[in-house]
Design a protein around this ligand. Structure first.
Ligand SMILES: Cc1ncc(COP(=O)(O)O)c(C=O)c1O
Length: 383
């Protein structure tokens, strides 16, 4: 792009203000409706949204809750896991899964990820299964699903529960046993987050657990409401985790355009890919044949220790970028008690040095994408 061309709009990592402008009148009406009826907790919108999202995911039961971290906690509690049980998850990951496991006195056991997809490496998973392993938290990272055919086969062989953390991949399709399903609906329980930057985000915090197993989901419902069966009859120890009625009303409006916004993310990813193909030192994300990619994040690898310099150069040219994740969980101080050390997970460790998430939201314009690729190329040519 010649220097003379100026960007007409500032590039943002996520442009929620523009996103909400496109459905402002519907959002306003939905909020006004809640203000008018006043049922701010467990109002009718919570049930309606839960049913509509379950329909979209083609899953029989869904329980909305307060956030994606709670969703993981509820799932672990519903599976009746015990102190000392081992739960395998990945080290190159957001902290929520390992944290929930540790909070309940269980042991988070980390496994390695694939260097190209950033998702759980099945060979590594198998190596970490012991007689104490009871569950796997499978994280569908950045918008692409893990290989659930292989993972479920291993889980069945070793009688393990599978929780699918779908916080970053709502709407992703996955091929399982020859048919396409929505990611998150293959294992025993799926969880998700409606944090504002997720594929389906609310205007605050929100989350959900879902499954085709009715008994398990009845338990999740009870756990999310202090363990209640009948009102004021506490059948089990639970937590308080509710999706606010206003957030449910907002999510129900945004759910209508989810397909469209995922399509826009995909188009933006295709443009990024086309423009950045062949740029030396940049490795582009790939999509496996058994999954679609909904690009909650567009994460490239920057080779030869250039990542931090590139990030700085982009920032100098008003292009935001993010590092997901700068340090693997096995090297985080909070998990030091597990005795993880440098070299345990070389792929995860190297990814933390290489990954860079570029802007990818549905509101990103072609002009902005062109500008981003232009500045990336400029950075490498100038070296
Ligand atoms: C993979 C993953 N799991 C869980 C969570 C937790 O979701 P929440 O922030 O809604 O608690 C997140 C949030 O970023 C996430 O990315």
């Amino acid at each position: 792009m010649p220097e003379s061309i100026k960007l007409t709009k500032k590039i943002q990592m996520v442009d929620l203000v523009s996103q909400h402008e496109t459905c402002k009148s519907e959002l306003d009406a939905a909020i006004q409706k809640v203000l008018a009826h006043g049922a701010f907790i467990n109002g009718p919108e919570v049930k309606t949204f839960g049913q509509n999202l379950a329909e979209y995911l083609e899953v029989k039961h869904l329980v909305p809750c307060a956030n994606g971290t709670d969703a993981l906690q509820i799932a672990l509690m519903a599976l009746d896991l015990k102190r000392g049980d081992e739960v395998i998850t990945t080290s190159f990951n957001y902290v929520a899964g390992a944290e929930a496991v540790a909070l309940f006195g269980m042991v988070p056991v980390f496994a390695e990820v694939n260097e190209k997809t950033f998702n759980l490496e099945v060979n590594s998973l198998e190596k970490h299964i012991t007689s104490k392993t009871k569950a796997i938290i499978v994280v569908h990272l950045f918008g692409q699903a893990c290989d659930m055919t292989e993972i479920m086969a291993l889980a069945e062989k070793h009688q393990l529960y599978v929780i699918e953390d779908n916080a970053q991949s709502l709407g992703t399709d996955i091929k399982y046993k020859g048919n396409w399903h929505k990611a998150g609906t293959i294992g025993h329980i799926g969880t998700t987050s409606f944090f504002p930057t997720k594929n389906l985000g609310c205007l605050g915090d929100g989350g959900a657990v879902f499954s085709n197993d009715e008994a398990l989901m009845n338990k999740c419902k009870s756990i999310s409401s202090h363990g209640q069966g009948q009102r004021y009859e506490f059948q089990r120890i639970g937590i308080n985790s509710r999706l606010d009625t206003i957030q449910a009303a907002i999510l129900d409006v945004k759910l209508k355009s989810l397909k469209d916004s995922l399509e826009k993310r995909k188009k933006s990813a295709e443009k990024h890919t086309k423009l950045l193909k062949g740029v030396e030192n940049i490795e582009l994300p790939i999509t496996e044949s058994f999954s679609t990619h909904t690009y909650n994040q567009f994460v490239v690898k920057v080779l030869h220790n250039q990542r931090d310099n590139l990030k700085e150069y982009l920032a100098d040219h008003q292009i935001p970028s993010m590092i997901y994740y700068p340090k693997p969980l096995h090297l985080q101080p909070a998990y030091g008690y597990l005795n993880g050390k440098l070299g345990d997970f070389p792929v995860s460790e190297q990814l933390c040095e290489q990954v860079l998430a570029l802007p990818i939201h549905p509101e990103l314009s072609g002009e902005q994408i062109l500008y981003i690729s232009d500045k990336i190329k400029e950075f490498f040519h100038a070296r």
